[in-house]
Design a protein around this ligand. Sequence first.
Ligand code: GTP
Length: 263
Amino acid sequence: EQKLEFICTFSPAFDKLLGGGVPIGKITELCGAAGAGKTQVCMQLCVNVQIPETFGGRNAKAIFIDTEGSFTSNRIIEIVKSTQNLLVDRFNLTNREELIKHNFTVEKVLQNIYYYRCSDHVQLLACFNNVKVLIEKQPSIKLVIIDSLAYPFRFVDFKDSNLLTMKTNILNNMMTIAYQLITKFNLAILITNQMTTRITRDSVSNVSSSNLVPALGETWAHSANLRILLSWRNSKRQACVCKSSYLPDMSCFYKITERGIED
Ligand code: GTP
C-alpha cells in the first residue's frame, strides 16, 4: 500500500486522530449538526494546503464548492494572517519576508481558492463536471471541498420515487467522478454532510439526538473512505472517527478560535 500524504488541520490532536491530517488520495466526509464546525475546518484546510513545502505544506491549490453560502473571504484572510504568524514562530523566521518570497500571502491564498457557489442539485452536478475539467488543466489542485453535499437535495421528497432515483443517480455520478479524480490526480476530496432524523416506525414521534444520523442514506455512506463526526457539548468541540479502514475508532477535542482550528 502506498504511503499516505496529508493536509494538516493545525490542531495536533485532530491531525493525530486522522493519522496525520486529511488524507490525499481519499474521500473524507465531515458530518455534524449545524454549527458543529464543518465549514471552519474546510476553510482552514483551504489555507493549509497552500503552505509552501519548505514549511511542511503542500504548496497546492484548492477548490471550494459552496452550496450553503457559508464561505467568507474575511474569515480566510483572518486564518491566513494567523497561519503566517504561526509559521514565523514555528520556523523562527525573523519576519514574514520569507513567506512572501514563497508566495504565501493573503492575496495569493485567496487567488488560489477556486470558489463555486451552487444552490441546487442540477447546478452541483454541472459544477462537479466543470471542476473535473479545471483539475485536468491545473494539476496543482490538491484539495476539493463540497460544503455541503446534502443541502442541494433538501427539496427532494423521500416519498417521491422519481425524485429519489434522480438523487441517487446524481450522487452515484458525482462519486464516480470523485473516484476518478482521487486516483488520477492524487488529491484530497473533503465533503461535508448534515445530520438528519432516522425514519423508523417508532422514531417519528420520538425525535431524540440518538436518532440523528448522517444524511444521504446508505448508498452514500459507502462512498467515503473516511467519515468523521464533529460535535460539541459544554463549549467543547469533539471530532470522532466513525468509519475508516485504516484508523481506530477514536475521538479528540479541538477548538475553533479567531486564529482558526487549534488544540
Ligand atoms: P452549518 O454550516 O450550519 O451546517 O454548520 P457548520 O458545521 O459548517 O458550522 P461552522 O463551521 O459554520 O461553525 C460554526 C461555529 O464556528 C460557530 O459556532 C462559531 O463558534 C465558530 N465560528 C464561525 N465563524 C467564526 C469566526 O469567524 N471566528 C471564530 N472565532 N469562530 C467562528
